[in-house]
Design a protein around this ligand. Sequence first.
Ligand SMILES: [Zn+2]
Length: 417
Amino acid sequence: MLIKTLLNKIEKFSSFVYSKIYFGVRGFKDCIIVEVHHRKKSKGKCPICLRRCSTYDTSQKARLFSYVPLWGYPVYFSYKPRRVHCKEHGILTEYLPWSNGKERITTTYKIFLGHWAKRLSWAEVAEVFRTSWDSVASSVKWVVEYGLEHRMLDKIYSIGIDEIQVFKGHHYMTLVYQIDAHCKRLLWCGKDRTSKTLLRFFRFLGKEKALLLKYVCTDMWQPYLRVIKKKVPQALNILDRFHIMKKFNEAIDTIRREEYRLNDESQPYLKNARWVLLKREENLTDKQFLKLKDLLKRELKSIKAYLLKKDFLRFWDYKYKKSAAKFLKKWCTRTNRTKLGPMKKVSKMLSERQELIMNWFDTNPRLSSGIIEGFNNKAKLTIKKAYGFKDEKYLKYALYLTLGKLPMPKVTHRFNC
Ligand SMILES: [Zn+2]
């Protein structure tokens, strides 16, 4: 089969035809050049109003637009664009259906690279398809902007707010997810984790949609709580499981570090024990599991704290609010009798925030407790994959691309992804 036949099957443009296809050299590399011509009697379209207009002149020099590579060879469309004379918009370079005109990369290729950037790091995509990092970045940007413009923002009833550390040092980003049973996705992300950040989100969402919100899951970060109270007083503010359990982990870690430092005898046991104590039991590796089994035999403060956390996990399984509240009270009393300062702090926090925590039992249908944690893990992975990004702007594109469930532009042919 000729390449031309293949192209006509997957990428046919009315008013344009594929002509000669040959090997060329670009940047000292072999490539496939696909000459494109407009049909003889066809008129070019104005790029603004898409009306057919008379030709003003035709470029003598062909422009190259990169297309999806074939058998490892870069592919370029080569076309000499016309300038058209639109009565309304003046003299302009004609509309080209395969590209936005200014960029030298075809729309199909942008979508192709955007798809792959969901799975691989951008540097890997550039390497595999022998293109530049900039081309991948601009493709992702284009795909994301298209998606943001075309996504539907209706029927949003439950949201989850999370903050995540980005780059080195204390740089944060606030991520807002939709966590409804019918749709779970990243809705918005913004710099910092201040009240202003969250106010920006509510400005983006608009008053009308904010009024529809029933549930807002957050951690106990005071600036967020204040804004939620002010902006969505009708919604139930819930402190979610992920953020509460994070406090437990922080407490256990503090206890472990202190014990390691002050108690020489415990050192050999507590060495490399951090993740053994922080990870969920079902996520431990075999080696970590054996280590945990051994640790559990020891009289250690860290283990006492670990067992208190493990016991608290039962809280999330309660069906009835009253029983859960009873359990919470008992757990706090028991913890307060120990000498574990950081755990007592957790207990204090739970008592103080009890109302917001108990709200979780009032959601109907019960919100899944793992959603925000799942999103947080995926976001962290995306940030890790995006390692090397200096610019927060790109990080946002990467997050929207992987977590935003954005609609993709329609293409006549879907490549292998
Ligand atoms: Zn026009």
